[in-house]
Ligand binder design. Structure first.
Ligand code: BTN
Length: 284
């Protein structure tokens, strides 16, 4: 029986001294980080079940505050939206949870700011390597390259000492060889696969933090540009879709997104329905 990548990684970790343990270079990450607070606190976990749960648990112990990032080298139970799992092998991709403390009214904006920041980061790292790459968005928070998913975001909330906290879980397939994962090969891609060469995870995470902070601060200050940028990138708009989730199913043409991020679908009879959460399947 062949050894799984998790087993291999555990075996490798067991054989290493703690000082040599991180595969992710903090100094390389810091070199590219241009933020005031997002990513300034980085908690690195060699192995995590899920960074969402680690971040939740660490709130108290590590006194994490807004902008802190919990990053895992690998996740043994990484989860996606709608109960799906997230393929999280070591040393190839980014799995992290960014902690934010939004005003309740701004909570929903995180669902579009996170994928937008990921898309901009992917495009920037590609451009820096001399290649134009277009990252599209699919409602509500998938990042696509050539129609295949390269990143996704999962927003959860928790309360800590009377404060509402958002756990923004982001997974980016960076240098993943998707062919090695039959369960996702038909629907997923990676930055490496799209470019034909590997990129630095440290730089990509820093670029995500840079974009996220500036988008978040702009949106918080009332700037509509981040929302417009998200809307402009949505491949969902104008397409025939089936939206499902929370026991509902709406079929029609996706005609718009409301300011709170809800998808507006026009049914065959002309009735318009707002869908706040769920999954959409594009019908081609
Ligand atoms: C999705 O598109 O379904 C959301 C994927 C979110 C995956 C990330 S990886 C880091 C964080 N920890 C998790 O368990 N999930 C999120």
């Amino acid at each position: 029986m062949s050894e799984s990548s998790f087993d291999q990684f555990r075996r490798m970790m067991d054989a290493m001294e703690f000082e040599t343990l991180p595969l992710f270079s903090r100094s390389h990450f810091s070199w590219h980080l241009k933020t005031d607070y997002v990513g300034r606190r980085l908690v690195y976990r060699p192995v995590s079940e899920s960074t969402q749960d680690d971040a939740r648990r660490m709130l108290e112990r590590f006194r994490l505050s807004a902008g802190a990032v919990v990053l895992a080298e690998t996740q043994t139970a990484g989860r996606g939206r709608a109960g799906r799992s997230w393929v999280s092998p070591p040393d190839v991709s980014l799995y992290f949870t960014l902690l934010m403390q939004p005003e309740p009214a701004a909570l929903r904006s995180l669902a579009y700011l996170a994928p937008l920041a990921a898309a901009l980061a992917v495009e920037e790292i590609s451009a820096a390597a001399g290649r134009e790459l277009r990252a599209d968005l699919k409602w509500p928070n998938d990042v696509l390259i050539d129609g295949k998913k390269v990143a996704g975001a999962l927003i959860e909330t928790t309360e800590h000492e009377g404060r509402l906290l958002a756990l923004i879980g982001v997974g980016i397939n960076v240098n993943l060889d998707v062919e090695a994962y039959p369960e996702i090969v038909a629907i997923a891609t990676s930055v490496k696969q799209a470019l034909g060469f590997a990129v630095e995870r440290e730089e990509l995470l820093a670029l995500f933090c840079n974009h996220f902070e500036s988008l978040y601060e702009a949106a918080k200050g009332g700037d509509k540009a981040p929302f417009a940028a998200w809307r402009d990138r949505l491949v969902t708009l104008g397409s025939a879709v089936v939206a499902s989730g929370a026991g509902t199913r709406v079929e029609g043409i996706a005609v718009d997104v409301a300011e709170d991020g809800a998808l507006v679908i026009e049914r065959a009879g002309g009735e318009r329905v707002s869908v706040e959460a769920g999954d959409v399947t594009l019908r081609v």
